[in-house]
Write a protein that binds this ligand. Structure first.
Ligand SMILES: Cc1ncc(C[n+]2csc(CCOP(=O)(O)OP(=O)(O)O)c2C)c(N)n1
Ligand SMILES: [Mg+2]
Length: 369
């Protein structure tokens, strides 16, 4: 027959373990130690409350722009919780919870969002790459890093995070292709939060799923409920084990939702409906996971959560105070202009002068001068 079907063996699966009503599929429940479950929950709650605090600080003019993660905690933590510290985490710009899990301090994040170079410095013993704002360029860094691990005969793996919008960038396709050809140990975690600033997922691609893009590169792809901590964990575990044992890369699409604004410079009310947001509030990963820990695992109670809330509030407050104290001792963020060019181009000279003007204005307002 001249026109036969090619049998592409892989099918794209969607994995859900703890559905939005908090009902558990016992057969799919991953084995996670009690300590790990509680640590993940603590970091989820911390990530949520830290986001709220950062938003307040931004609105008070005490930090600059940042990208909130509210609603995406399970997609991040379910994945990084599988890594060991010698593995690498390659973030984009919306991974606060994952970064905290990997040891980044809250004060370093506050310094970063305040424009200080010191906030971007990764300690030498921490295998995280810095925040990457250019969409999808870090996928190539992740793949290169994973390739280098092979040269060094290490069995560490690389996990990289990016959004639905990133899948339309050439770098995404180059990264997946290279990783597939050279079987590099990379786990590509796509946080499909339905929006790329104001561009909806429906306008990003005609593909039914983002996970299926893996098929073209000959690598496994899986779609999971990204608001289901247990599903994300299971998918990540499978992918990390495969990568560590020489089986190459995996693409995981975590279907989730950005409940807050794109960044603090954006007003989502201008492009999306409140009903849509409310629908996703009903799928919130945090109360769902708490219900699991209270009812199924008997590890939490309302009282324990209240105590944790108080502890976390104090921890965040202490970090804010430490960051503000450090800021008062550091040089102006003007230093950020000093490290890329030997001779500053004209436009950056202008920006530097403008910032210097704004800073001296602020200083007078704050009465520090
Ligand atoms: C190469 C590049 N183009 C455009 C931008 C401006 N930009 C910043 S975030 C963003 C949308 C990213 O959407 P997505 O990949 O879905 O990630 P999300 O912000 O939803 O986490 C755009 C277009 C950028 N930072 N880099
Ligand atoms: Mg997005």
């Amino acid at each position: 027959m001249p026109r036969n079907k090619i049998n592409i063996s892989d099918e794209i699966e969607h994995l859900s373990v703890l559905n939005e009503k908090g009902q558990l599929d016992k057969d799919l429940e991953p084995e996670i130690s009690e300590t790990l479950l509680l640590n993940i929950h603590r970091t989820m709650l911390l990530g949520r409350r830290f986001d709220e605090r950062l938003l307040n600080l931004q609105r008070q003019g005490r930090i600059g722009t940042f990208a909130p993660i509210t609603g995406q905690e399970a997609a991040q933590l379910g994945a990084v919780a599988v890594l060991r510290s010698s593995d690498w985490m390659v973030p984009s710009f919306r991974e606060t919870a994952a970064e905290i899990w990997r040891g980044r301090t809250m004060e370093s994040l506050i310094l970063y969002y305040s424009g200080f170079n010191e906030g971007g410095r990764i300690p030498d013993d921490m295998n995280n790459l810095p925040v990457c704002v250019p969409v999808a360029t870090h996928l190539l860094h992740a793949v290169g890093l994973a390739w280098a691990l092979g040269y060094r005969k290490k069995d560490d793996v690389v996990m990289t995070f990016f959004g639905d919008g990133a899948t339309s960038e050439g770098d995404f396709h180059e990264g997946l292709n290279f990783a597939g050809v050279y079987r590099t140990p990379v786990i590509f975690v796509c946080q499909n939060n339905q929006w790329a600033i104001s561009v909806p997922r429906s306008k990003q691609t005609r593909s039914q799923t983002l996970a299926q893009k893996a098929l073209a590169y000959g690598i496994p792809g899986l779609q999971v409920d990204g608001n289901d901590l247990l599903a994300v964990y299971s998918a990540a575990k499978e992918a990390v084990e495969r990568a560590r044992s020489g089986g190459g890369p995996t693409l995981i699409e975590c279907v989730t939702y950005r409940l807050m604004m794109h960044t603090t410079a954006d007003d989502p009310k201008r492009y999306r409906k409140e009903e849509e947001v409310q629908e996703w509030v009903g799928r919130d990963p945090l109360p769902r996971f708490q219900k699991y820990l209270i009812e199924n695992k008997k590890l939490l109670s309302k009282e324990k959560i209240d105590r944790l809330e108080t502890e976390i509030k104090e921890e965040i407050q202490a970090a804010v105070e430490r960051a503000e104290e450090q800021k008062s001792k550091l040089k102006e963020p003007l230093e950020m202009f000093d490290h890329v060019y030997a001779e500053l181009p004209k436009n950056l000279k202008e920006q530097k002068a403008q910032l210097a003007g704004e800073l001296s204005g602020n200083k007078k307002e704050d009465g520090h001068d």
